[in-house]
Design a protein around this ligand. Structure first.
Ligand SMILES: [Zn+2]
Length: 443
């Protein structure tokens, strides 16, 4: 698994004294132990140990302290206006509630964020509205724009297939040139890998099973195979929303990063479902889903990411073929999987690696581990507080979830930058999040 960025700040000989100490339990070497975590003035972790002196003490009792998660893939759409039920404020508040401290905002806005000036303009409009940190993706559309885009974006995205907001994906020849330009920026590049040459007429599908037949797994496999043949050696390649164990094995063998989304891990296509369960790539069969879940439990999936797409319910009510693809999920990514961990279906250390540590390394942003020198957030999870999820829990006007009624465990507290932004499971923060870029891109 590619890990090319070191992102913790080397501590001085004597670490600064903590200004706050969180007291709880944590996962160390695969076991749950009592722990104290000392946070410095600006929220950085200055000490982790059995007993830490100094600072204000916060006793979290039985709660388990974990690093805040990093969600590599969200669509919060508009920095400041209500578009498709979501904006950067409501999106990042959901992230905070779900224990996510950094999100990767995708560039398929209208118009696509394919130039440096568009990206900077969006960043400006979003200033002062973020509850957590955000990495802004730039879209790879024209090779001549890539160098400038790479100087302001935090990561890059390439679409090889049409999807919601992307009517005109790049063809294979253009893709090669774009990936070569992208490699020279040094940024991580996420690819939506489906090959439209393997699609059947999409307009005929009326339910998720027919959608799976129209955009079959072969389309994903073909796109990945072609990418692997043509990828420039220095490219930091990451494949979005992988839906099958075969593709997972192939990418792992080739040494590339990828992500899997909770809907592909936990849901399968059912003929009785409507457009609320329309996603790209489609939900697969129960057999494929079960194999993919097994890949995750065996620690073979480098990253989980939500692909949060908060379409209004009305947009999802119309004819299946016309409905936008995607489901909301940034706030439920970690709570869903924490509930599975509690049931013993998923190891907590595998989950922390896939949701926190590796995504953080991949983006080159601080956090993902509870170690002195790290600067990401800390969440406290009380595994006794299981709840049946209802989408009304969130401030989003999206108001629905494919996981309505599922068991989840939300963090009771979320600390970022030395402030408590979630308390008693409720958002209590201020919009102090920033647009962040990989540390390796700054020099
Ligand atoms: Zn997406």
């Amino acid at each position: 698994m590619p890990v090319r960025s070191r992102h913790h700040r080397p501590l001085a000989e004597r670490p600064p004294p903590p200004s706050q100490v969180l007291i709880g339990r944590t996962l160390q070497h695969g076991k749950i132990r009592a722990v104290e975590v000392g946070l410095g003035e600006s929220g950085e972790i200055v000490a982790v140990g059995r007993s830490i002196s100094g600072g204000r003490r916060h006793d979290l009792g039985e709660a388990v302290l974990l690093p805040a998660a990093v969600d590599l893939h969200v669509h919060f759409r508009s920095p400041d206006a209500r578009v498709e039920g979501e904006n950067w404020s409501s999106g990042t508040i959901q992230a905070a509630l779900g224990g996510v401290g950094t999100v990767g905002e995708m560039p398929n806005a209208n118009p696509a964020v394919s130039t440096a000036s568009r990206l900077v303009e969006r960043a400006e409009r979003g200033r002062g509205r973020l509850a957590v940190d955000m990495v802004l993706f730039g879209a790879l559309v024209r090779a001549r724009d890539v160098a400038a885009l790479g100087r302001v974006a935090g990561a890059l995205k390439l679409y090889l297939a049409p999807t919601t907001g992307i009517d005109d994906p790049v063809d294979q020849d253009e893709a090669g040139e774009l990936l070569r330009s992208a490699a020279s920026t040094g940024l991580a590049v996420t690819v939506h890998a489906e090959d439209p040459a393997h699609f059947r007429p999409l307009g005929n599908a009326t339910n998720p099973v027919e959608w799976d037949s129209a955009r079959p797994l072969e389309a994903e496999e073909a796109a990945v195979e072609r990418l692997l043949r043509n990828v420039p050696p220095s490219l930091r390649l990451h494949i979005a929303h992988v839906t099958s164990a075969r593709v997972s094995e192939r990418l792992r063998a080739a040494g590339h990063s990828f992500e899997v989304s909770p809907h592909h891990l936990l849901l399968h296509g059912r003929p009785s479902d409507g457009a609320r369960f329309k996603v790209n790539p489609p939900l697969r069969s129960e057999t494929e889903r079960a194999r993919l879940w097994e890949e995750l439990t065996l620690g073979r999936v480098p990253c989980v990411a939500s692909d949060h797409a908060p379409h209004d319910p009305e947009e999802k009510e119309g004819p299946f073929s016309l409905a936008p693809a995607g489901v909301p999920g940034v706030g439920t990514l970690l709570p869903l999987l924490l509930a599975r961990a509690r049931r013993g279906e998923l190891s907590l250390s595998v989950l922390v690696q896939a949701a926190c540590e590796r995504p953080s390394l991949w983006f080159g942003v601080p956090g993902g581990r509870l170690l002195p020198g790290h600067r990401g957030g800390v969440i406290a999870v009380d595994f006794r507080r299981i709840e049946r999820f209802h989408a009304s829990r969130f401030p989003s006007s999206c108001g629905w979830s494919p996981f309505e009624g599922s068991e989840m465990i939300f963090p009771v507290e979320h600390w970022r930058g030395g402030e408590r932004i979630v308390e008693g499971g409720e958002y209590t923060g201020r919009p102090t999040g920033s647009i962040v870029r990989p540390e390796y891109a700054r020099n």
